[in-house]
Design a protein around this ligand. Structure first.
Ligand SMILES: [Fe+2]
Ligand SMILES: [Fe+2]
Length: 134
């Protein structure tokens, strides 16, 4: 069983958004496997990749919001910024050896992801689908 399952609950039913989410879920599952088997260096490298991909993903959603003129742009973008800053800080602390990446960190990421998905991303995906923005 994966740490995060790619199933109906995780899908927003917008192809581009789902593809990016799936990529990050796959990487987070790989990260979980590395953390639970104590492969610290590989885990730290993969965390850096995930943080970089996350930045690109958030920019992509922010651009979709601008393009579609969705009213929730500011609050959704703000959630991206807050979470990105938090995870970037964590990645820096881990890279410097001040902190060790743990399953607890990954659980926080997972719960943030589903919360954000339910309250922000699904709404954006529906809005894009209504406007036929692919
Ligand atoms: Fe997203
Ligand atoms: Fe989002």
């Amino acid at each position: 069983m994966n740490f995060i399952e790619w199933n109906e609950e995780a899908k927003v039913n917008h192809v581009a958004m789902d593809n990016e989410h799936k990529q990050m879920i796959d990487d987070t599952n790989k990260l979980y496997a590395l953390v639970t088997t104590n492969k610290k260096e590989k885990a730290n490298n993969l965390l850096l990749k995930i943080v970089e991909d996350l930045k690109i993903h958030f920019e992509s959603e922010n651009n979709y919001m601008l393009k579609s003129k969705i009213p929730q742009y500011i609050s959704h973008k703000l959630e991206h910024e807050r979470f990105y800053n938090k995870i970037k800080d964590l990645q820096i602390r881990i890279a410097s050896g001040k902190e060790t990446l743990s399953v607890e960190h990954l659980k926080i990421v997972k719960s943030w992801f589903f919360n954000h998905l339910d309250f922000k991303d699904k709404h954006l995906a529906n809005f894009l689908n209504e406007k036929n923005i692919k």
